[in-house]
Design a protein around this ligand. Structure first.
Ligand SMILES: [Ca+2]
Ligand SMILES: [Ca+2]
Ligand SMILES: [Ca+2]
Ligand SMILES: [Ca+2]
Length: 415
């Protein structure tokens, strides 16, 4: 019976769109010493993690909009994205909005190259847009929720009612980097256990040549009154476009192009959040490790975007659908959000209809609740979980049943 119900649900829900990929680089050396700066101590991180090699692009944010902003109650889209420096158009009417990239400008880029939009950093995004994107990634993309996951946003409004108290949740997998995580990835040199002044492996001021002239210390920023592209309406360079210029850990464009949001709560009233690294329209001082930037968390402007970070890579644990190294409640949320769709669960258990999310995946998850290693894969090993796991699962199921958003036949039976 439950398989029939799952089939009916599968036939009526939209099929999940293809998933985006965010390239990550590992940042190790946990427990490094902080650097003393006028604004405080920065750069010490006690755990290993991963961080986006580049800023989040228009193409990546476009998928987010098409997945989550058909009616856009949270203001994920800003109409400026369709004009000026922005790269994303909105089509249709509320309730059925779709989004597309702006058409490339032939010859509009540096040295007569075409200026394309998909590879440019997304702009006109607030701090809230950035953490909602992180939640969506955290929850497996597709129909994944924007208001829970790595961060909990309350109130159902573009600016959440808990704006001044939002912090990263303990089981987050994808998230906005903390200021220290961002700073370490940009400036820390593990070879010498010290910090560079610029995110380009040097203390020497970068030039602002376009990527075609990359000297290994080239950044898209403002020198005097000269921008890198020479066109304030086509001002961005491709995310990761400076292939010779990067931080010791291999990140691109932490200096310039767009300034990047971080988690830091710099002021509670009004709520301001951290943004670092400078942009196409700011000078060399803005690129420095010593420069601590911040702006209103609700600000959406033409020179601020973001990159994401992630927990350190973990061994694949069957049933760990959010890939954080443990089979936990967060995996249930991923399962619930994609039930009945064609979606490739991470760490899907063998023998559970690969590439499709069904009641089988729930059963497999429940049987592995609490696991933290790859041992025990395979349906033949479905066993009664440890008593403590049962108790925890039962208690959590009671909570989940009271808040679940969708009829989930397997949950009704399993809990
Ligand atoms: Ca917004
Ligand atoms: Ca940047
Ligand atoms: Ca998990
Ligand atoms: Ca499956």
């Amino acid at each position: 019976m439950k398989y029939l119900l799952a089939f009916v649900i599968a036939a009526t829900l939209p099929v999940a769109a293809h998933a985006i990929t965010i390239n990550l680089v590992p940042v190790g050396n946990p427990g490094n010493a902080a650097e003393v700066q006028p604004g405080g101590l920065f750069g010490r991180v006690t755990t290993s993690y991963q961080i986006g090699a580049t800023e989040v692009t228009n193409a990546q944010y476009l998928d987010f909009l098409n997945a989550k902003a058909a009616s856009d109650p949270y203001g994920l889209y800003n109409t400026f994205m369709g004009t000026f420096e922005g790269g994303i158009l909105r089509n249709g009417s509320a309730g059925s909005y779709t989004y597309s990239l702006k058409t490339a400008v032939t010859g509009g880029g540096p040295l007569g190259t075409d200026y394309t939009y998909g590879d440019k950093p997304v702009v006109y995004v607030s701090w809230y847009d950035a953490i909602r994107f992180a939640n969506w990634m955290n929850n497996g993309q597709g129909s994944g929720d924007t208001e829970t996951g790595a961060y909990t946003l309350q109130g159902g409004t573009p600016i959440p009612s808990n704006a001044a108290t939002i912090t990263r949740n303990a089981n987050a997998t994808w998230f906005l980097p903390s200021e220290n995580e961002w700073y370490k990835a940009a400036y820390y040199n593990p070879a010498t256990s010290s910090y560079f002044d610029y995110p380009t492996r040097t203390d020497a001021t970068p030039d602002n040549l376009p990527p075609q002239g990359d000297t290994g210390n080239s950044v898209n920023y403002l020198v005097g009154s000269n921008t890198t592209t020479g066109d304030s309406e086509l001002p961005f360079t491709p995310a990761g476009g400076y292939t010779l210029t990067h931080s010791p850990y291999g990140t691109f464009d932490q200096a310039g192009n767009v300034a990047e949001w971080n988690e830091a709560l710099v002021s509670s009233s009004p709520v301001t959040r951290g943004a670092r690294g400078g942009a196409w329209d700011t000078n060399a001082t803005s690129l420095l490790a010593a420069t601590r930037g911040s702006l209103a968390a609700s600000a959406e402007n033409s020179d601020t975007g973001f990159r994401l970070a992630r927990t350190a890579a973990v061994a694949n644990v069957p049933g760990d659908y959010n890939n954080n190294g443990v089979v936990d409640m967060a995996d249930y949320v991923v399962w619930r959000d994609h039930l009945g769709t064609s979606f490739q669960l991470q760490n899907e258990v063998a023998g559970t209809t690969p590439g499709t999310v069904t009641a089988e995946d729930y059963t497999a998850w429940r049987a592995r609740f609490g696991n933290t290693s790859g041992a025990g894969a395979g349906l033949e090993s479905l066993a009664v979980p440890e008593p403590s796991a049962w108790i925890l699962a039962a208690a959590t199921c009671a909570v989940m049943l009271s808040v679940r958003r969708r009829f989930t036949p397997a949950l009704g039976r399993g809990c």
